[in-house]
Design a protein around this ligand. Structure first.
Ligand code: SF4
Length: 272
């Protein structure tokens, strides 16, 4: 999401997805998180592209994008329970001082707010990568603990349907749930109203997406064109034609073209 929202891949076609047991978020204690992976890399997308960062990917999501490229944090969640103390010890052993809390959907877990608060107390810069469908606020009334909100609203093309992905045939339950959840205007607005730097990243699959993006933006306040980022969808470098229409759309609207540095550097690889 997020670091992993741009790839058109599908859950492992060889392993049936059990929709009856798929849950939004595994149960965890108040001082632990279900973690699918942590790693050090450079930020691949957005305003902090190229910045060395510690990535912390929670496992569990309230959406099921048809093209999700981190199915191990959504469709087929896998995780290790890690305490916040353990995560902070790992992070601070590294030389980086930027943390990216991603998923899955990190805002499903109030513990991510505690983790972010503790990292910021240690002087870290914290980015939350979220689909913007939830806007939990700290229960003690303290400021939301982030330095950058990287919000990636999901367009209609993200909804899993058999027509979009044969491997997902029979996903009616998640299709309806995803479609009902993918845009939550009050939550999006609540996040945008926070006095925190933000970016709104949209995955551009086809020119028809532009009208949907503009309709959504017209219903939101407190954003600037320079906060809007458009990135070509795909697991590889975009074709020249794809790059061209995305670039033209940005030039016409004052939006930012969002390169995906991690794809250029590493290809479509986990842990990058
Ligand atoms: S919002 Fe959830 S399902 Fe969609 S791309 Fe991100 S992790 Fe995958």
């Amino acid at each position: 999401m997020d670091h992993g929202t741009t790839a058109r891949s599908t859950p492992n076609a060889s392993t049936p997805v059990d929709l009856t047991v798929a849950t939004d978020a595994p149960h965890t204690g108040p001082a632990e998180l279900p973690i699918s992976e942590t790693f050090i890399s450079v930020q691949g997308e957005g305003k902090l592209t190229g910045v060395p960062s510690w990535f912390c990917r929670v496992s569990g999501c309230n959406l099921r994008c048809s093209w999700c490229d981190t199915p191990y944090a959504s469709w087929k969640p896998e995780h290790t329970r890690r305490t916040l103390d353990d995560l902070i010890a790992e992070a601070t052993r590294s030389s980086v001082r930027h943390a990216v809390l991603t998923g899955g959907e990190p805002l499903l877990f109030p513990q991510t707010l505690t983790l972010a608060t503790r990292l910021r107390t240690l002087g870290w810069h914290v980015t939350f990568e979220t689909a913007g469908t939830l806007a939990p606020m700290p229960s003690d009334g303290s400021p939301f603990p982030a330095d950058l909100l990287s919000i990636s609203p999901k367009l209609a093309t993200s909804t899993p349907t058999p027509a979009r992905s044969l491997e997902l045939a029979g996903t009616d339950a998640w299709s309806a749930r995803h479609e009902a959840r993918r845009i939550n205007l009050p939550a999006l607005q609540a996040l945008l109203d926070l006095p925190i730097d933000r970016q709104l990243k949209f995955v551009a699959t086809a020119p028809a997406d532009l009208a949907e993006i503009e309709t959504l933006l017209a219903r939101l306040r407190a954003w600037h064109p320079a906060d809007i980022m458009l990135m070509p969808e795909g697991t590889a470098e975009p074709s020249p034609a794809h790059t061209r229409w995305v670039l033209d759309a940005c030039l016409q609207r004052g939006w930012r073209y969002c390169h995906r540095l991690h794809i250029t550097l590493f290809g479509h690889m986990r842990g990058t």
